[in-house]
Write a protein that binds this ligand. Sequence first.
Ligand code: MLT
Length: 394
Amino acid sequence: MKINTNYTQLKESYLFAGIAKRVKEFSESNPDASIIKMGIGDVTRPLCTAVVDAMKNAADEMGKAETFRGYGPEQGYDFLREKIKDYYAENSVELALDEVFISDGAKSDLGNILDIFDKDNTVLIPDPVYPVYVDTNIMDGRKIVFADASAENGFLPMPDDSVDADIIYICSPNNPTGAAYNREQLTEWVNYANSHSAVILYDAAYESFISDSALPKSIYEIKGAETCAIEFCSLSKTAGFTGTRCGYTIVPKALVSDGVSLNKLWLRRQTTKFNGVSYVVQKGAEAIFTAEGRKQIKENIEYYRRNAKVITDTLDSLGIWYTGGKNSPYVWMECPNNMNSWDFFDYLLKNAGVVGTPGEGFGNNGKNFFRLTAFSTYENTQEAMRRLTEMLKK
Ligand code: MLT
């Protein structure tokens, strides 16, 4: 037996698992410390009542012989795919039902999609970035080229025609920086991908946080994207599904490589390796798209937006440079006093009991930056910002 030795090239633990371990060790040696977690982007608002009611009804159906369901379609039930199709149509994106695949979240599909691509492809990944893109490609042994994001380009790198990439990752609004591409910038990426016969893996997990109506919510709002992009979305942050698990992936039928439809390949992959998301969860997800569900999740998103404002107001008053927080639940701040991000992580934890995510965990260009999330409670966000201010004013 031989193992996949590419795994030996990975950092010892996944970023957020490593941070959780560090925080646990700190709590054990400081049992009285009151810790506020603004590290991993996990939500604090409960599921809305429209979702809970739909899930209860679905659970009741599963308990009666006449409405019980066994295996569902691997690519998701039509009742949910229809709702997602209608949601895209609101932004003038016309999808066919079989272009929508229901998943157990964007993270899984972003990793799994690599099954349909050759390991010899070159991958272009922004730095800093959501670590899943890098780690899953290291697991496959693919060549990775980084697109540098920096304060100078607003953490929104643009295509470079001299770089020959086959697979391109874009996350907008971005994790970790919160920066979001506008239409013109995304058009440049789509043109680059089409002219290089490359595919864009577009992570739209934070689209529901876009408040600026000029910013696209989907890459398919850009002309030509249907021939070069796969889009991943998640209900985790939109509707509090981090623990419930549901998302969706769009693979357009116009996306073809050497005469082979990527939609067909993905369907083949999913029907072989995936048995679909549970009926109860998909019924809960369907409820998000009803009028009542939309109203209720909007209240939660507004709650997190208010938290983001508490964070950005604090950074403004401290004169600290940041991106994000406007169209995103993430705020990406420069570490004060030229500290490196892991030193600032330890300093903030020790002196204020606040957990964030060191920028370096997202890539080399994050060395002097730090990510805070707006997903905590309002009270804890206020308290964390009070402690940060007090710590830095000492
Ligand atoms: C994050 O904190 O970056 C996210 O919560 C990770 C994820 O969505 O998997």
